[in-house]
Design a protein around this ligand. Structure first.
Ligand SMILES: Nc1ncnc2c1ncn2[C@@H]1O[C@H](COP(=O)(O)OP(=O)(O)OP(=O)(O)O)[C@@H](O)[C@H]1O
Length: 226
């Protein structure tokens, strides 16, 4: 579940213009929202906020049932962030680590047994079509391969919330459709999903409520339906 109540976020000093201003919306657990808006509207900034890379400057933000503004200990925020899967626009892979080791990271952070990790990594890499690329360092992958690695890493630990920033821009259409089907399936099973995109055909393919940002303000809050 996501709940923002009059949240604003400034990048710098208190008197600077807010990048995100007075955002209020709710996404129930298992809800799916498209995050839309023109370039520079603040979509990536909102996803970073939901991923708790930044904290609200004003207002109250609740993520997966925890009110983040009231969390004081950094360790608690890190634990909460581990329950979120994020696909960054620039993938943010560890360049020298192999595909398999990048994807295994969230499971290693959970101290899962190594044989279980190997099995899960193998299965998910097969699913995203990277079964033959497991040992390749991330810095030798094509854009589409990097994006699929980032997607596998974001979902392998079955997070309660998945955030994705333009997750299909380096994918072929058939791969985009498979990814979309998987996001819809995860949402139906109770995972909250927020996907920022400029891809209109993707949005038409899966009719879901959208959050629409313009100049850092919400002009459509998606309503309250699942
Ligand atoms: N590192 C930065 N330093 C200063 N300003 C930034 C930085 N990154 C983004 N901005 C500004 O913050 C605002 C919001 O940017 P953001 O990247 O969140 O928009 P966006 O909707 O995701 O855009 P796009 O669709 O092009 O990815 C824009 O005015 C942008 O110019």
């Amino acid at each position: 579940m996501i709940h923002l109540d009059n949240v604003s976020w400034r990048r710098g000093k208190k008197d600077s213009a807010p990048v995100l201003a007075h955002l209020s919306f709710m996404v129930p657990q298992g809800g799916f929202r498209w995050l839309l808006g023109p370039s520079g509207a603040g979509k990536s900034s909102l996803l970073s906020l939901l991923h708790i890379e930044n904290l609200p400057t004003d207002g109250q933000m609740t993520i997966l049932g925890k009110t983040v503004a009231q969390e004081e200990k950094r360790a608690a925020l890190v634990r909460l962030r581990q329950r979120i899967g994020m696909v960054h626009q620039d993938y943010q892979l560890m360049p020298d680590l192999s595909v398999a080791d990048n994807v295994a990271l969230p499971l290693r952070l959970q101290n899962r047994p190594e044989d279980e990790i190997q099995d899960e990594v193998h299965a998910i890499l097969k699913w995203v079509g990277l079964g033959s690329r497991t040992d390749v360092p991330a810095n030798r992958l094509s854009g589409g391969e990097q994006q699929r690695t980032a997607i596998a890493r974001a979902i392998i630990h079955r997070p309660g919330l998945i955030l994705a920033d333009e997750p299909t821009n380096a994918l072929e259409e058939s791969q985009s459709c498979r990814l979309l089907d998987m996001f819809a399936e995860l949402s139906a099973m109770g995972t909250t999903v927020v996907v920022a995109t400029h891809n209109e055909s993707l949005v038409r393919r899966l009719e879901r409520p959208f959050l629409f940002l313009e100049h850092g303000r919400l002009v459509d809050d998606g309503g309250e339906q699942p």
